[in-house]
Design a protein around this ligand. Structure first.
Ligand code: DGL
Length: 261
């Protein structure tokens, strides 16, 4: 599994809870975060490099792109080129979104890269659901999360500004289309109001992974077995351990450094 930094830990949490017997290698590319403002071609190169590393150096059986920006930029290419199954977070998130709405007016927030790519707009269209979609990019949210600041006045002020168009649009359900954003859920709810239901892709992605592993006969059986969890960071390992543990929990223990050539 990989993300630009801490965001994918929201997906890791759901996966560890649902499939506790599975081993997990998580790469947080904190040395090159944020991905959101970068050109999609560059993000695609990073994604291919990290996926190649997971296959070559960890012999993984399945890759989870636990990052919306990387899913938008590279999922198709990863699925075509990797020798193992690759799962993204956009389709699972859209499934949650479309099933949660009552009014049919839905919203998605994400990075500039994700929203600009049109990946959510296409994924919602592919469901065929009769819904109206409003999207907004939220530049700056990821940086707050990466600093471990999820509820300061500053992040609140930024959220009020960035979410104003969605408040005005009258949506009833909002998909957090960046894996970092669930860490800001309280602030986002404060701004959007409690009538707007927040959904994210973490649980639905974990269900999809369970389904796929079962279909392919790849699940790790083992009543009472607890998987081994390794975390790699391309940035400061100590910061990753300290902040990451606050975000994920005690499973974030074995943190190693990873460098790109
Ligand atoms: N967590 C990522 C996402 O889901 C990327 C955030 C970033 O690095 O800008 O889009």
């Amino acid at each position: 599994m990989f993300d630009s930094g801490f965001g994918g830990l929201t997906v890791a949490r759901a996966l560890i809870d649902l499939l506790p017997a599975e081993d997990l290698v998580y790469v947080g590319d904190t040395g090159r975060y944020p991905y959101g403002p970068r050109p999609l071609d560059e993000v695609r190169e990073f994604a291919l490099e990290i996926a190649g590393h997971l296959v070559a150096n960890h012999d993984v059986k399945l890759i989870v792109v636990a990052c919306n920006t990387a899913s938008a930029a590279a999922l198709t290419e990863l699925q075509e080129t990797m020798p193992i199954p690759v799962v993204g977070v956009i389709e699972p998130g859209v499934r949650s979104l479309v099933s949660a709405t009552r009014s049919g007016h839905i919203g998605v927030i994400g990075t500039v890269g994700t929203i600009g790519s049109g990946a959510y707009q296409s994924a919602v269209e592919r469901t065929g659901a009769a819904v109206t979609l409003s999207c907004a990019a939220c530049p700056g949210f990821v940086e707050f999360v990466e600093r471990g600041d999820t509820d300061s006045d500053q992040v609140h002020v930024l959220a009020e500004r960035l979410l104003a168009p969605l408040c005005d649009a009258g949506i009833d359900t909002l998909l957090l289309g960046c894996t970092h954003y669930p860490f800001l859920a309280r602030t986002i709810t404060d701004v959007m109001g409690r009538d707007v239901v927040l959904v994210d892709s973490a649980d639905e992605t974990a269900f999809r992974i369970r389904e796929l592993l079962a279909e392919l006969g790849l699940e790790r059986a083992g009543e009472g077995r607890f998987g081994h969890h390794v975390f790699e960071s391309s940035g400061d390992v100590e910061i990753f351990r300290r902040l990451g543990r606050n975000m994920l929990g005690p499973e974030l223990d074995d943190v190693r450094s990873v460098a790109w050539t």
